[in-house]
Design a protein around this ligand. Structure first.
Ligand SMILES: Cc1ncc(COP(=O)(O)O)c(C=O)c1O
Length: 395
């Protein structure tokens, strides 16, 4: 029945029909432990009662009115984001890639407004992922994603992630409109950038007048135990992009902007028909209030439990080369067999995914329980024990 769906995804032949918290049920009634949450999206898990009630109520009132009119929930979510980030103002859109587009455009507009129209280039990092639309793709590193769609936005330079000397040299050569980076590179293999490197990036951007964009689409909005992953390094960007977990399963993206850039966009400069409408913002309001009122501490505790468990497994199984990530964004880099392990886990009822070829990634919902975290670690131990030894003839 899928012959009319474009084959741009490698989909597993499983149909999920319902869920509850971190549990998903397929059409045969089989239950799975969801340690992927729709690639970091279902922050409140499945069937969260407060979220379901709020959406029911909002759906009965009004779904969409356009950005030609004010919405109380849009304004409320913007205020909650400003409070959580200590930043000034928010542009709303529908996805991570659109949040990147907005950030890049705001950066260029800001430079133009500051008398630097010549600053149009962007610095980005190797292993970085920022989305699939043409602008966002231009600052996404993976060549296989970019090459079929060339030519992309000119003036993008990729720097080796974490290399302080290369960063310094790039700024010495030319001041870009913006430097864009993920404090924890998600799709690139759950690689956390060193805090000193993040601080150097902040220092160079401030000193030279470049805009610092933190792409927090995957690592932000509370997933690592702080609202922004950059908070762990005490680094505030000029623009933080958010999306995946923000509306707990509905499509909402945001570019949260610091005070100096908040009026870079004026009416007509940029827009989105659906962005930040009443229904998604109602969901985001529930999520942000839950996060503020105790869920944030729960994430920190479950994140520590998951991290400790993964480190214990790494001590037990030499096939684990590295435990990566923070909070509820974790990765296990394997010496071999990461895709095999992911398939075995799925067969045994644990949903994860494999990224960057050799990393099994865990993005459980924020509401995952301590017991479910232990269950996932047990399933992982079984999966690791069942992993075939590498063929001696091969490397
Ligand atoms: C860090 C980061 N930025 C941007 C994106 C793009 O988000 P979307 O798929 O919602 O466009 C992703 C998606 O995985 C991401 O991880």
């Amino acid at each position: 029945m899928d012959e009319h769906v474009i084959r741009n995804y490698a989909r597993a032949d499983i149909v999920f029909v319902s869920g509850n918290g971190a549990i998903l049920r397929d059409e045969t009634g089989r239950e799975y432990l969801d340690f992927l949450s729709g690639i970091g999206v279902n922050s409140l898990g499945h069937g969260h009662p407060r979220l379901v009630d709020a959406l029911r109520e909002q759906a009965a009132r009004v779904l969409h009115t356009s950005n030609l009119f004010r919405h109380p929930f849009t304004e409320r979510v913007a205020a909650l984001l400003a409070e959580a980030t200590d930043m000034q103002a928010v542009f709303f859109c529908n996805s991570g890639t659109e949040a990147t587009e907005a950030a890049l455009k705001i950066a260029r507009k800001h430079q133009r407004r500051c008398g630097h129209p010549e600053r149009t280039g962007f610095l980005a990092l190797e292993h970085g992922f920022h989305g699939r639309t043409l602008g966002a793709l231009s600052v996404t590193h993976h060549r296989a994603y970019r090459e079929p769609f060339a030519p992309l936005v000119p003036g993008v330079r990729f720097l080796p992630a974490g290399d302080a000397a290369a960063l310094q040299a790039a700024f010495d050569a030319e001041v870009p409109a913006a430097l864009i980076l993920e404090p924890i590179q998600g799709e690139g293999g759950v690689r956390e950038l060193a805090h000193d490197y993040l601080r150097l990036a902040r220092k160079l951007c401030s000193a030279r007048g470049a805009v610092l964009i933190h792409d927090e689409v995957q690592c932000g909005a509370g997933r690592t135990g702080a609202f922004l992953a950059g908070d762990h390094a005490d680094v505030k960007p000029d623009i933080a992009t958010l999306a995946k977990p923000l509306a707990a399963g509905l499509p909402l993206g945001a570019a949260v902007v610091a005070a100096g850039l908040a009026d870079a966009l004026v009416p007509g400069d940029h827009g989105s028909t659906f962005g930040g409408g009443p229904l998604v913002c109602r969901a985001a309001e529930v999520f942000l209030c839950e996060l503020r009122d105790g869920l944030g501490e729960h994430v920190a505790a479950r994140g520590a439990q998951l991290g400790d468990g993964l480190h214990a497994l790494a001590a037990e199984f030499p096939v684990i080369a590295e435990v990566r990530g923070r909070g509820l964004l974790r990765g296990l880099r394997l010496r071999h067999g990461a895709p095999d392990l992911q398939r075995t886990l799925l067969d045994n009822g644990l949903i994860t995914n494999c990224t960057a070829g050799d990393v099994v990634r865990f993005l459980p919902p924020y509401v995952v329980t301590a017991e479910q975290t232990d269950q996932a670690l047990d399933l992982l131990r079984e999966g690791l024990a069942a992993l075939p030894k590498p063929d001696r003839g091969k490397k």
